[in-house]
Design a protein around this ligand. Structure first.
Ligand SMILES: *Cc1c(COP(=O)(O)O)cnc(C)c1O
Length: 842
């Protein structure tokens, strides 16, 4: 019989154990081993099986709870843990110790997915795990953040394999009551937020709250009786359904999410966010709701509200390819906004204009993100450059490097990903701060090597466990599976490759020449073992074929002890891989990997990266912290490119990596290898941390944004009104603004040398603008055959007679030099010269 409905009854705890409730429902336990120890001490075997304090409390027999309720030793430890949590939640941390008075009182962080823990499976991959790490690091730093997203009743799919290696998906049903979530209620009734749907309908959502340390995470859930049946299903699946379904989800996440934050803060007294950060463009509609709020509450026009909205919004993009950008048919978007009920008092035509792109039939979420956010960034230095170029058409007349999109390289949350044994060995919290002083103090190579072996061995056991389970699932009988006990070897060089399977990640590059791979795996003296994992999007047949190719190879009786494919990649498996692998492989097609974070998790555990110089590795590879697979940039035939890069991969593995790993000192320690591991820990350790990333967002994003919001909204929106006014003025003047007769004047009679003083002068008709309202610049740089200026130096030009402007400068460089003159808008509420996408060039 199948149940028609399911629900979960939480354990009722004896009075003396009531403190355990807060410890179990605050997800800080996921990165705080002492809390896990406390729960494990209630019943170690059971905890090993459930791995979740809340489930633990439900699963423990009441008799055991009664026992613990009078166990003084346990009660003492529980009290200490509860106090420790209480301190963590209330004590001043990094953010509170800063003396910038204008730090925002709160920041809202929007994401379609959050991977905080496998105990809350509300994520599909890297983007979600990054969002989870962002919240955790914000919590550790004391950044007052509120996370906002959706709760998917079927989460993301679980992956298994058919006998012939085809991916099979199944969707576990999630009962929020069984998860570390609390429904937001007032007077015992769920708080609902609504967003208008076409046809006079209303989509309602209830709000679940997860506690990520100090950070509340609000998850909207449409599975409530307040909704019609079809609307109940809006939050059914992550990235499932057609365009209409996704659009409803994104409207709910952005507009509903914004309303949920407002409501939450009203009810709980949490400070209202002043800055709004969107992780990818999906929640971009939130800017419209913010504009509506200002228009309705303060009586401003849309254009007058816009500077205030933009000032407080940050947009992080993760997509280096134009095809990867979220777009909707314009008609579809129109259908939701046309009747004006969704965001009342905002003209639907203005909404559509925000998503305009080259194709008039499409609404582009990234373009809307850029138009509604004053600050935008990519997620590694290389990705920043690629993104500036990709969007450069929105800023015509500007060089790519002036496009106002910066980069903040992603990071990972150390305490979540680092093996506890390693933090213990190094004697420091390998997270919030990586500690002072040399890492190696008092730790020998032999100790580190012993630890690395221990982690590799744990991985080996986990691999065997999972390989056995996968074969049983595929229909094998236990009797045929004796060989599984000799899968993998704790002393063999272990390479990991685990990620989603879009084409650009090239899951099967290692199979380019199967014989060469086989030779590497089966080498008698220096064998290699490889663990592969990854999920394909359910609609991606090509990805599933790649998985099948891998599975068919690893099923071969000659190699199956040295290479495995583990189904159902997720956080719980990932942990073992990042900790236990010696080498972390990544071979995307450069530059399609925006950042990549799994390699950072490996590095934090002393793994060495073997990667194409893409994403974070492009800026972090230094020649002694791992290996760079040479990229065949510019080779346009993708098969030839694969051939070249695969050959380089085999070469590195066989000629450099394996020899170094197996080169042992008399006491069995690979000294050369370990010096690379030490170097990785010391130099990459601090750089790849999410705490570094969040501090960068605070310093270069949240803080300047909150200053800008204050300037825009203060004194009855004086700044915003002034910028709106200024923009109107530019509409009229800009097309008429002209630069005439620009010239270079040289006083000296000697030949020009570096350092010679020159004057650049031009006559400019400012078309009614005051010189104080523009920036007039002389730009000098080297020129090549194409007349493009490079390595430029910019010098402000000042009034020099009526209608004329001049700048004096010393010639900065030898060689062929050129110059130009340009006029840019200037206003105190602009964050970058290119912001308004206006420039007049001589
Ligand atoms: C870190 C992580 C990812 C992201 O890895 P990439 O290197 O960006 O591909 C994906 N899934 C899980 C479970 C992770 O922990």
């Amino acid at each position: 019989m199948r149940a028609v409905r399911r629900f979960t009854v939480r354990a009722s705890l004896p009075e003396s154990l009531s403190g355990l409730g807060a410890l179990a429902t605050n997800l800080r336990w996921t990165w705080h081993p002492p809390t896990r120890d406390l729960f494990a001490s209630m019943d170690a075997e059971l905890f090993d099986a459930v791995r979740d304090p809340l489930r633990m409390l439900t699963a423990l027999p009441p008799s055991r709870l009664d026992e613990l309720a009078v166990d003084d030793d346990f009660l003492g430890r529980a009290r200490a843990a509860a106090e420790d949590l209480e301190n963590y939640l209330s004590e001043p941390r990094w953010y509170q110790q800063r003396d910038d008075a204008d730090l925002p009182p709160a920041v809202a962080y929007f994401s379609m997915e959050f991977g905080v823990t496998e105990a809350l499976p509300n994520y599909s991959g890297g983007l979600g795990v990054l969002a989870g790490d962002h919240l955790k690091a914000a919590s550790d730093l004391g950044v007052p953040m509120v996370g906002v997203g959706l709760l998917y009743r079927n989460g993301y799919f679980r992956q298994s394999l058919s006998l012939d290696g085809w991916q099979v998906e199944h969707y576990p049903v999630i009962d929020p009551n069984a998860f570390p979530l609390e429904l937001l209620t007032v007077g015992g009734r769920p708080v609902l937020i609504g967003v208008a749907m076409p046809g006079g309908r209303e989509l309602c959502a209830q709000i679940w709250q997860a506690r990520v340390g100090r950070v509340p995470l609000l998850l909207l859930d449409t599975d409530t009786e307040a909704n019609d049946d079809d609307l109940r299903g809006v939050t059914d699946r992550l990235y499932g359904g057609d365009a209409d379904h996704r659009l409803r989800q994104e409207i709910l996440a952005g507009i509903g999410g914004f309303r949920a934050v407002r409501k939450y803060c009203e009810i709980t007294g949490h400070p209202q966010p002043m800055v709004f950060h969107t992780n990818e463009g999906h929640a971009g509609f939130l800017g419209l709701e913010r504009a509506r709020e200002i228009v309705q509450a303060d009586g401003l026009a849309f254009d007058e509200a816009m500077p205030a909205v933009r000032a407080g919004t940050l947009f992080t993009t993760h997509t280096p390819v134009s095809a990867g950008i979220d777009r909707f048919p314009v008609d579809l978007v129109q259908r939701y906004f046309a009747d004006g009920r969704l965001v009342p008092d905002i003209d639907p035509r203005r909404v559509l204009a925000l998503g305009a792109e080259d194709n008039p039939g499409l609404f582009n979420m990234a373009h809307m993100g850029l138009r509604l956010a004053q600050r935008a960034n990519g997620v590694s230095q290389l990705h920043g450059r690629v993104t500036r170029k990709m969007f450069s058409r929105l800023w015509p007349g500007f060089d790519h490097d002036e496009v106002p999109i910066s980069s903040v390289t992603n990071g990972v949350h150390g305490p979540t990903w680092v093996a506890r044994e390693l933090s213990t060995l190094l004697g420091r919290e390998w997270g919030l701060d990586t500690g002072d002083g040399p890492l190696r103090d008092g730790v020998s190579d032999a100790q580190l090597w012993g630890l690395r072996r221990e982690l590799r061995e744990k991985l080996v056991f986990e691999v065997r466990r999972r390989v056995r389970a996968a074969w049983l699932q595929r229909g094998a009988s236990p009797l045929e599976l004796g060989w599984v006990d000799s899968v993998f070897d704790p002393d063999v060089l272990t390479v990991g490759f685990a990620r989603r399977v879009p084409t650009y990640k090239r899951l099967t590059l290692m199979l380019r020449d199967p014989e060469r791979l086989r030779t590497l795996l089966l080498d008698e003296d220096r064998p290699i073992q490889v663990v592969v994992a990854g999920k394909s999007h359910p609609a991606d047949e090509n990805g599933k074929q790649l998985i099948q190719q891998i599975v068919r190879f690893v099923d071969g009786a000659d190699v199956r002890h040295r290479i495995v494919f583990l189904p159902d990649y997720g956080m719980s498996m990932a942990r073992y891989l990042y900790r236990g692998c010696d080498v972390w492989l990544n071979n995307p097609v450069r530059p399609l990997e925006a950042c990549g974070t799994s390699g950072m998790k490996s590095a934090l555990n002393g793994g060495l990266n073997l990667s194409i110089r893409d994403g974070w590795w492009d800026e972090c590879y230094d020649g002694s912290n791992g290996w760079a697979i040479p990229t065949a940039d510019g080779v346009t035939d993708p098969l030839r490119r694969d051939d070249l890069e695969a050959a380089a991969l085999y070469e590195l593995l066989g000629q450099q990596i394996a020899p170094l790993f197996y080169d042992r000192s008399p006491d069995g320690v690979p000294t050369g290898w370990l010096s690379m591991v030490w170097h990785t820990l010391e130099t990459l350790g601090p750089r790849v941390q999410a705490s570094r990333m969040v501090r960068e967002y605070v310093d270069n994003g949240y803080l300047p944004a909150s200053r800008m919001v204050a300037a825009a909204t203060g004194d009855g929106y004086r700044g915003a009104l002034s910028l709106a006014d200024y923009r109107t003025k530019l509409e009229v003047s800009w097309p008429r603004l002209r630069i005439f007769d620009s010239e270079l004047l040289v006083e000296a009679t000697e030949p020009l040398v570096v350092g010679t003083e020159v004057t650049i002068r031009a006559r400019i008709d400012l078309a009614g603008l005051d010189p104080s309202e523009v920036d007039i610049q002389a730009v000098v740089g080297q020129v090549g055959d194409d007349d493009e200026l490079r390595d430029t130096v910019t010098v402000p030009m000042t009034a020099d007679g009526i209608g004329a402007f001049a700048a004096r400068l010393k010639l900065p460089r030898p060689g062929s030099i050129g110059y130009t003159v340009r006029v840019l808008p200037k206003h105190g509420l602009l964050a970058a010269p290119a912001e308004l996408a206006r420039v007049v060039l001589a």
